[in-house]
Ligand binder design. Sequence first.
Ligand code: SAM
Length: 269
Amino acid sequence: MADPFQNVSDAGQELIDIMVETLENRGADPQMVPVIDAYLDDLTVAPGARIVEIGAGTGPVSRRIADRFPDASVLGVEPSPELVAEADKRVGGRANLAFAVGSGDRLAEVDGGIDIAVQHTVLSHVPDPAVLVAEAARVLKPGGRLVICDADFSKQSAGAFEDDPLQACFDLFRKTFVTDAFLAAKLPRLIADAGLTLDIFRVANRLTLTGPGVLGPVRMATKYMLDNGMIGEPLAVALVGEYERRDRDGTLYALTPFVTAISTRPRAT
Ligand SMILES: C[S@@+](CC[C@H](N)C(=O)[O-])C[C@H]1O[C@@H](n2cnc3c(N)ncnc32)[C@H](O)[C@@H]1O
């Protein structure tokens, strides 16, 4: 099965509902927010700046950017009309934020002149990330910056002991809901090949000890196993229940490294 994030519209409403909940939970996760804030801290944003988030999903990152830089305009581009509808519902009173249906392969709605482009956990879900990085580079102004933040899924762990069934859910999520678990390691080369200059490359660990922050992978993996006749309803319910039990008991432990790469489109010499 291809990673459903490659084409959310084909995923079916039940899975889309889980994706919406997962993206919103993650965007609000106290362990995720500092990773986003750290790259926003690294940016200088002039009044009137144009920022585009490519692959915005339901928009939690775009909302955070719009709140952080109220004098900039933020456009979240997202290929799934279903997710754009969810993002639109959550714009609130933000006059500097809008969403549009579109693909990062070809940013038809963006004419260039972009100050900052952001790709937050998008490149690990596309078959050809080089196309999206090159397209982001194309729409940037000279001196404009590209922020790529992505999970290093190859090193994600939720195991609290040997053969932990929750780890099996994360392993299955990695194999079925991620296109390239090793994307993070390829970022410096992808950025260089797009003609951008890498300024910052760092890893921060997102350690989830409480809350529903990484319940999404468990829900998606159990749904996949259920839909494919691998397990029955009792085990699907039990795996989600086990996550919730650990959350209540203080024994939840899920570690996801997040890589941030910030690069600049060189000015003409
Ligand atoms: C894991 S979600 C991340 C959403 C959002 N950036 C966030 O962090 O909440 C991956 C997103 O990438 C989008 N996506 C998939 N293929 C894409 C493409 N070719 N161009 C732009 N976005 C794409 C999906 O529709 C999905 O919304």
